[in-house]
Each structure stands twice: as structure tokens, then as C-alpha cells.
Write a protein that binds this ligand. Structure first.
Ligand code: HEC
Length: 577
């Protein structure tokens, strides 16, 4: 029997969803979640709290009648155009290719974002089991207000030949009018969502290896994360939070669009399967069958320098950081103790007190002292530190020259932590034995003319043209608290273009730079476009004050717009295809 048994009166009356096999209250809380859409844009339920409702429509690509159901949904969307409602299609077909999903949406006239629920976890959490089901959520209280088939044409039981009762439309109309609905919530006869069958999950054999691969490097004693995943008991205690950070894609931190994960080194990532396994295990009670807990033995050894013993370690003069208050950037010159010019092949930073050290950018100056123009041309100089981004490596055969008599010019940014402290950080240099073939160059696609209105969202773009054939080795988006997303696209001289990187959920706290696994050949005349969105609305949880008008500035509550790059010039005549 597939009918959702039960009648609903307005108010908090429990409703039995026999079809979903689960009893649900009207107003059942739904957890926060984040998904990427078919265009690579980021959506998080809690960031729609200023909408009256969030509506999701379960779509199974290629499912019987799925496209017809989509047409009915398009009508629903149209009927409420102009209302403060966020509409989405939820693609739970198991498809991971955004372009296929996008084409399908285009063919079916879908004008709203199609959310890539590639783990199926959101459909599952919302109790959506079949195509043609609609969920209507109160995004502020994060409650489910309606869940059922869109109309009687797609009902599991006694479907009518033509849609005559539009349950979801009725429900949304009522919800917008009164905050609640008594529209019938019926099971859908649409294609079933192919959830992955839940396998038996072993803590020791399945869960621990995932944690070791994806989490423990930071979540260890003395690591940068607030708790160490050092035993089953601890992981289990944290499991509700772990579930939440997986649903919202907050952890592992600094995730990028899956499409680009394999192009860059050391990308923070967790696979669809790993996510499903962790969440399933947590939903099943986060148990451990017993035996010896392998996790305590897997704590990574804390090595100070990840690339081995550095050739040169430069202590940065200790900095006194007060307990509170805003810290101006500190510009510190550290002379180099060298008699001859050297060539750097990698730079690593060791934060003295990671709770206050927000970032370091290391530039070089020569024996004649600091030349502002030269510094600006260095992009992010030799390299930058931010939590989770300690090491900067250069392409094979390329070095950054440092002159005898010169030194490092360090731009240091601190944020106060409520506790007075001293930060004594260090910079380590790894050197080439002899002059390498190529010089590491830096630069950026940047926009300094920033003017963002209060309570607004704004797109911005900046470009950089390559004058010579080059190999691009690093991309580093940089914005401040209002940074929402960031993308890099390269347009070749022949007019073709390709997106190189999409950071859908840019986070100021994680200043990531992305090193290509294989540097990308860029012919002279190519244009790199850096684009991004600022979110100066109250829906941005990092926004210190949405009523501010923003202009360019060094402090976190002002804004910046830099698409940093690192590259080397190609030898004359050298070109890959
Ligand atoms: C690159 C380092 C890093 C990795 C890898 C990492 N974390 Fe974290 N994690 C942090 C830091 C730092 C914080 C605290 C700051 C924050 O919440 O952003 C944190 C916070 C958390 C929290 C607490 C959130 C809260 O609000 O209290 C949970 C839960 C968590 N991480 C789970 C995970 C899981 C699960 C993984 C692996 C899938 C993981 N983390 C991987 C660094 C990391």
C-alpha cells in the first residue's frame, strides 16, 4: 500500500508516511544542507532563511514520466513567480555529470537551479523517495511543511488521467497565506530514486580508513582542528556534528567543485561513497562491534616540515598579539643571511600561534631595499600561509630568485582570539642547488574598484592577459568575509575557453591556493578571467555587518578581489598542442 495514510488538520498533527516507511510530523525539523547546482553554484538551505519557502522537486532523469512531471513543476514555479520563494529541482538520479543534468534541464525548460544530490542524502533526509514528489520547507525554522506528489496525475494510487488536483500548488498557496497547509500529502507513482542499498558498515574496516584519509591530518592532538579523532568514543560523541558538517559540505574544509578535484594537488575532498558510508554509519548509531580500536594508533606523527629538513629556516621576530581589537597588517622585513643569490623551490610556514595568525604573504626584496612596484608584481610572492595551506611548491625546474643583501618582506595578518599571546612563526626555504631553468612568476587578475552596496549580492570579474607563452601552475582566489564563490576561466587566442577552477563555497577562513598537478600551457594572448560573487546580505553567516558599503581595503571587513596566479614563461618554440 503506497498511500500516505492519515488526514491532517492545521497544526501540529502527526502524519504517517506509509510510503516512505517512516512516521513524520508536520514540521519535522530538517537539518541544514548544502548542494552544488548544475552550473556549479553553491546553495545552502540556511542561506535561504530570508525566503518564505524553499521548494524542492524530486527528479529522476530518464525515469518514466519524469519529464512530464517536470513540466508540471515548471507550471508551479511559474504560478509563484515574483513571490519570495526559492525553487529547486533535486536531481537524485545518481548522475554526477553536471553537463548531462544541465542539458536535461534545458530540454525540459527548467529555469531553476538543479541541485546535484549526488549522494542521494538530501532526498533521503527529506523523505523524498520518488520522482514527482515535492518538499516545501520553512527555511528559517528548517521545518518540512509539505511533502507529497505534485498532483493527482502522478499519484501512486488511482492516478487521474489528467491533473485536476494540484496538491503542491495548493499547499504552497496556503503556506504563503497562512504558514501552513492541509493539502493532501500523497505518495508518488513516479520513478523510484535509486538509493544505494545500505551495506553493513564496519567501524574498523570502513569508517576508520575514511577518517584517516580525510580528517585525521587536522583532527589530531596538536592539529589545527578543535578536537582529535583519536578513539571511537570521541568520534561517536561528535557524530551528530560530523553528520552536519558532511551535509553542509563544511568538512573537509575548502571543498571545490568535484569536476576539478583531479586537476590539482592535495585538494580537500571526500568522495560520494565515503560521505554516504559515514552518514549511514552515523544514522545507524555510530557503533563499534568491538575489538581493538585502530584509530588511536593512526594518529599522524607531528612533523614540523612536511618536505624534510629545509635548507634555510628564518625565524620571524616574535609578535605580541593583544587579547582583543583589530590588528592592522604588520609588514615585517626579514633580512636573508646569505652571501650569494639563491633559488627557492618551495616555501613552508610554521605558525607560531595558529589561533591568531590569519595569514602571511612572503614577498622578496633586493639589496636596494623595498620596491613597491616589484612587490605588487609578485602576486602572492614566494608564497602564502593560511590555515591548511602551509606549503607552496613551484613547478619542476622553476625557482624564485632571492638576492644576497635582500630579504623577505612579510605581510602578516593577525586576528585576536580573546587571549593575549605571542606569535613566533617561521618561514622555511627549500632551495635548488643550482640556478633552475625557469623563474617563477606571480601575478593576479585583480579589481581594486570595489563598491558593494549594503544588503546586496554582487558579481565581479577581473582579467589578466598573458603576454608570452606560459605554463600556469597555481590559482588562488582571494576575497574577504563577503566572498561567496570564485571561478577561473581561460580564453584562448582562438576564442575557445575553458573553466579551470570552480570554488563554489569560497571561505575566507580557508585561504586555499591550488597547484595544478601538471602546469597548464597558456599561449600568448590568452586571457584569464577571475570571477566571483560577494554576498553582503544578512544571509552570509560570516558577514560582520551587511549594512556596510564596501570598498577595497586590507582589513577583513573591507573587501579585496584577487585571482592570484603563479606561472613560468615557456621557452621559445616550446608548446604543448
Ligand atoms: C584541513 C584540516 C581539516 C580537515 C582535513 C578536516 N577538518 Fe574538521 N575542522 C577543522 C578546523 C580548523 C575546524 C574548526 C574550525 C571550523 O569549524 O571551520 C574543524 C571543525 C570540525 C567539526 C566541528 C564543527 C563545529 O562547528 O564545532 C567537525 C564535526 C569536523 N571538523 C569534522 C570533520 C570531518 C568529519 C572531517 C573529515 C571528513 C574533517 N573535519 C576534516 C579542520 C579540518
Amino acid at each position: 500500500m503506497r498511500k500516505f495514510a492519515g488526514m491532517v488538520a492545521l497544526g501540529a498533527v502527526a502524519l504517517l508516511l506509509a510510503g516512505a516507511g517512516k512516521a513524520v510530523d508536520r514540521g519535522e525539523p530538517v537539518g541544514d544542507f548544502s548542494l552544488i547546482d548544475h552550473l556549479g553554484k553553491f546553495h545552502q538551505l540556511s542561506r535561504y532563511a530570508d525566503h518564505e519557502a524553499v521548494v524542492l522537486f524530486a527528479h529522476v532523469r530518464g525515469g518514466r514520466d519524469s519529464n512530464r512531471a517536470l513540466a508540471a513543476y515548471n507550471e508551479l514555479v511559474e504560478a509563484f513567480a515574483g513571490r519570495n520563494v526559492a525553487f529547486f529541482v533535486l536531481d537524485s538520479s545518481g548522475e554526477t555529470g553536471k553537463s548531462a543534468v544541465g542539458r536535461d534541464a534545458g530540454r525540459n525548460g527548467v529555469g531553476v537551479p538543479v541541485l546535484m544530490d549526488d549522494t542521494g542524502l538530501v532526498a533521503k533526509a527529506l523523505g523524498l523517495g520518488n520522482a514527482a514528489e515535492v518538499a516545501i520547507l520553512d527555511p528559517e525554522r528548517r521545518e518540512s511543511l509539505f511533502r507529497g506528489v505534485i498532483n493527482d496525475r502522478f499519484a501512486a494510487e488511482d492516478p487521474s488521467r489528467r491533473a485536476s488536483r494540484h496538491y503542491a500548488t495548493d499547499a504552497l498557496g496556503q503556506i504563503l497565506a497562512s504558514g501552513a497547509s492541509d493539502a493532501p500529502m500523497l505518495a508518488s507513482g513516479g520513478a523510484a530514486i535509486a538509493f544505494k542499498p545500505a551495506p553493513a558498515i564496519s567501524y574498523a574496516e570502513d569508517i576508520v580508513p575514511i577518517l584517516e584519509r580525510r580528517c585525521v591530518s587536522c583532527h589530531t592532538e596538536g592539529g589545527i582542528a578543535p578536537f582529535a579523532m583519536s578513539s571511537h568514543q570521541i568520534v561517536r560523541g561528535w557524530s551528530p556534528m560530523i553528520r552536519e558538517v558532511l551535509y553542509t559540505k563544511r568538512m573537509p574544509p575548502g571543498q571545490i567543485d568535484n569536476d576539478y578535484v583531479h586537476d590539482f594537488k592535495d585538494v580537500s575532498h571526500i568522495t560520494i561513497e565515503e560521505t554516504q558510508t559515514l552518514v549511514q554509519w552515523i544514522d545507524d548509531g555510530a557503533d563499534f562491534a568491538g575489538g581493538e580500536d585502530p584509530l588511536p594508533g593512526l594518529q599522524p606523527e607531528q612533523v614540523k616540515w612536511s618536505h624534510g629538513e629545509p635548507d634555510l629556516v628564518l625565524p620571524i621576530p616574535a609578535q605580541q598579539i593583544p587579547a582583543t581589537g583589530i590588528q592592522d597588517y604588520r609588514n615585517i622585513m626579514v633580512p636573508l643571511p646569505i652571501e650569494e643569490d639563491i633559488w627557492v623551490r618551495a616555501v613552508e610556514f610554521e605558525a607560531g600561534d595558529p589561533t591568531v595568525l590569519h595569514h602571511i604573504i612572503a614577498f622578496a626584496y633586493g639589496p636596494d631595499g623595498l620596491n613597491e612596484f616589484e612587490v605588487l608584481n609578485q602576486g602572492i610572492g614566494l608564497g602564502a600561509y593560511a590555515p591548511g595551506n602551509e606549503i607552496n611548491t613551484y613547478p619542476e625546474g622553476a625557482g624564485f630568485p632571492l638576492k644576497a643583501g635582500g630579504g623577505l618582506f612579510l605581510q602578516m595578518h593577525y586576528t585576536t582570539s580573546g587571549r593575549e599571546t605571542i606569535d613566533a612563526s617561521e618561514v622555511a626555504l627549500y632551495l635548488w642547488d643550482e640556478e633552475p631553468e625557469r623563474v617563477v612568476l606571480g601575478g593576479s587578475a585583480a579589481e581594486f574598484d570595489i563598491d558593494i552596496a549594503p544588503f546586496s549580492r554582487q558579481e565581479m570579474t577581473a582579467t589578466k592577459t598573458f603576454r608570452a607563452d606560459s605554463y600556469l601552475s597555481m590559482l588562488g582566489p582571494h576575497m574577504h568575509f563577503r566572498g561567496f564563490d570564485a571561478r577561473f576561466r581561460l580564453t584562448y587566442p582562438n576564442g575557445e575557453s575553458a573553466q579551470l577552477l570552480n570554488v563554489p563555497n569560497y571561505q575566507f577562513n580557508w585561504q586555499k591556493t591550488y597547484d595544478f598537478k601538471a602546469p597548464l600551457f597558456v599561449p600568448a594572448g590568452s586571457v584569464l578571467k577571475f570571477s566571483g560573487t560577494f554576498d553582503n546580505t544578512a544571509m552570509n553567516p560570516f558577514n560582520p555587518d551587511p549594512s556596510d558599503t564596501l570598498s577595497w581595503g586590507e582589513q577583513s571587513w573591507q573587501e579585496m578581489f584577487f585571482g592570484f596566479i603563479r606561472y613560468v614563461e615557456a621557452e621559445p618554440g616550446e608548446a604543448s598542442d
